[in-house]
Design a protein around this ligand. Structure first.
Ligand code: HEM
Ligand code: FES
Length: 345
């Protein structure tokens, strides 16, 4: 949904995003394959393809995992989030090419079913060096497939945002499986310290960004609220909220976005119905709260998307007194009309 209430189909920003994605992946594949050929001139073409696509998928997964926390830490990264799902599907396709080449090269030549062969070709030896690493890759690929297959908004609408979000949290399980896959597999074969250093740098970066973003989020939720007044809680001064923007406050464990616009103040849930984007980090455009992630819009007074769209978020009763903004912590059902508080002159 766009700021002028039309469905977002292909637009210039999406094309630019996908062009950069495909261009970046193509450059990476060419650069990695060329360097591998220079440093390992006797490598076979099959193994070159297996390695190049496996590493490309793994690197892209790191970038995908970093986008979320980067956007929480600095809104300048928001354009990267806009079409993150296409990056996810690209990651799956790269991983699939890697896996198909592995199966064709190592598992298709015997009487054993090639998929079964992934599980039985390296029997347990009891030593760390002999840990069968390919099943980890198999299960990670199954998860990546599940995520790619359900990435379209059709599934988001049918599964509901919370279920879809929980399902897509499986990306962290896939990442954990891949850390095991690469550690026990490629790292054992390749004694090169470059692999060990690259893996460690990747893991530490993903972890550090998530921990830093989590600290920022926890600080937001811990914001101390002054004692309630008639059930209403004093959340901030009117002057603390920039025009056409919001302040996010935490009330009864829920994040609430308190918007100031046209001399009025309204409060709605901070959670966008699309993919749980932070509405309070968006702004008022054409009179509507506009989600910073993909542009879904909501009328501030009702929490409902303008027709023909049907998304709704809960609203909160609100007052302004002595230059302070007071919000009732009990949410109204999603889409309930709530009078905005007029800002005193
Ligand atoms: C059915 C699924 C999979 C199988 C059977 C499989 C199998 C393998 C094998 C046999 C290797 C060693 C290749 C060699 O150096 O000769 C390998 C390495 C690797 N795999 Fe997978 N894999 C699977 C899924 C994945 C997925 C989903 C990813 C990433 C998203 C991935 C990423 C990697 C990486 C980064 C390496 C290290 C490449 C290197 O040696 O330079 N694999 N895999
Ligand atoms: S528009 Fe996608 S999360 Fe809000």
């Amino acid at each position: 949904m766009g700021v002028e209430y039309t469905s977002v189909q292909w637009n210039r920003q999406k094309r630019l995003y996908d062009f950069s994605l495909v261009g970046g992946v193509a450059l990476f594949l060419i650069a990695f394959a060329s360097l591998t050929k220079i440093f390992f001139p006797y490598i076979t073409d099959e193994i070159l393809i297996i390695r190049t696509f496996g590493v490309a998928a793994f690197v892209l997964l790191h970038l995908i995992l970093c986008i979320g926390p980067l956007c929480r830490l600095n809104p300048k990264f928001l354009p990267l989030l806009y079409n993150r799902r296409h990056a996810g599907v690209t990651c799956f396709v790269l991983a699939l090419i890697h896996a198909v080449m592995v199966v064709a090269t190592y598992h298709a030549g015997s009487d054993t079913n090639p998929i079964l062969s992934i599980f039985v070709s390296s029997p347990l030896t009891g030593s760390v060096a002999g840990v069968p690493f390919q099943p980890f890759g198999f299960f990670a690929l199954v998860i990546l497939f599940l995520l790619a297959a359900t990435s379209h908004d059709f599934w988001l609408a049918n599964l509901s945002a919370p279920v879809w979000k929980s399902l897509h949290m499986l990306v962290y399980a896939a990442y954990a499986l891949l850390l095991l896959h690469v550690t026990f597999g490629a790292l054992q074969g390749e004694a090169s310290p470059v692999y060990v250093v690259a893996m460690t740098v990747g893991f530490v970066t993903v972890l550090a960004l998530h921990l830093t973003a989590a600290r920022k989020e926890i600080a937001l939720d811990r914001e101390v609220q002054p004692p309630p007044n008639d059930g209403f809680v004093d959340v901030c001064a009117v002057a603390d909220i920039p025009d056409n923007r919001a302040r996010i406050v935490c009330l009864s464990g829920e994040r609430v976005a308190v918007f100031k616009f046209d001399g009025k103040i309204s409060a709605v849930s901070n959670v966008c119905q699309h993919q749980n984007g932070p509405l309070g980090e968006g702004k008022i455009i054409f009179g509507c709260i506009t989600c910073p992630w993909h542009g879904y819009q909501y009328v501030p007074e009702t929490g409902a998307s303008p027709p023909p769209f049907v998304e709704k978020v809960p609203t909160f009763n609100i007052r302004v007194a002595n230059g302070r903004v007071l919000v009732h912590p009990k949410p109204n059902p999603a889409g309930t009309r709530t009078e905005p508080a007029l800002i005193e002159k």
